[in-house]
Design a binder for this molecule. Sequence first.
Ligand code: FE2
Ligand code: FE2
Length: 375
Amino acid sequence: MKNHTVLFVDDEANILKALKRLLRHEPFEVLTATSASEALEQLQRFDIQVVISDQRMPEMSGADFLSRIRERHPETIRMMLTGYTEIDVAVEAINRGEIFRLITKPWNEDELKSSLRQAIDHFQMKQEIKRLNQVSREQNFKLQDMNRNLEDKVRERTHQVDQKNRDLRKGYIQTIRALAEAIDAKDAYTRGHSERVAVYASRLARELNLDKKMIERVYFSGLLHDVGKIGIPDAIISKPARLTEMEYEEIKRHPEIGAKILEPIEFLSNIAPCVRHHHEWFDGSSRGYPDRLAGNKIPLPSRIILVADTVEAMTSDRPYRKGLPMTVVIDELAKFSGRQFDPTIVDAFMRLLEQEGDEFLSKDEKFDIDAFIDG
Ligand SMILES: [Fe+2]
Ligand SMILES: [Fe+2]
């Protein structure tokens, strides 16, 4: 069983006979036709890879015949067998890209055989290229499809993750607020203290041009700065009179207790040091606690909170006194700037006060940290 078939077209029967005999041992089938119309019929019926046509035929010239084949069977390899007298026609056909090769009559047997083999190789190569093109086209389509699906999936997942993060964040904020409220609830006089300290502190943080993450951290630290008071006896916290030395020592434990409460909570663990150090003095003096840190060894949120805390405490009513006027607050901050307070934060507070006046202290009931950060 031979895999390929070549078709010779010539009006001279003995030429065809000679060709058939010459090629009987070649690894391809040889068909013959004595006219263009017979050849076209054969091409309809059989799978023919190579057509070799004579140029001078009565019914139709070889060149015309081959260009017809080019239209109807574009994959077939076309060759021309021609005498020297018709060489110009054949060369023109080659130049027009109509034929693969030219064989002259009388032919050289080896040359003819090798031309036919090359024609078949050429056919196979063209088929292979076509097949590969097809495969790569299909794979491209598949890839495009996969990409589209992947993009959709990624978009969808990103959306879900965003939503989850938003939900989680809401949950965190609610948890933190609940904690803060629990602290303030211990004493009627300090109700709302933590929330207000948090708001003042985040305003200071924004005035200091801190980034969103830091402002948020300052806000949460503010909400939780006194969380350790949960561990201090109510009798001391809400004592309407001056504290004794011992009671004061007891109160001073609240930053440490607060940090210990927050440390094990993963999403609050970076708040813990800010809570721990919110009563340190900027000059590192012994009046600060618990670690007597100084300057920028004190976490920035702690330094901010200390100012906010002082302002809030001084301007709020206490069982033993009314809220103090802003001038007293300003004097206090100025007096202790560089000693208890970080001067850059005191300066930021003064700037805010200048810009906003007492508006700065307006009790913003529904402070929205997200809107604040984005605003
Ligand atoms: Fe405190
Ligand atoms: Fe406080």
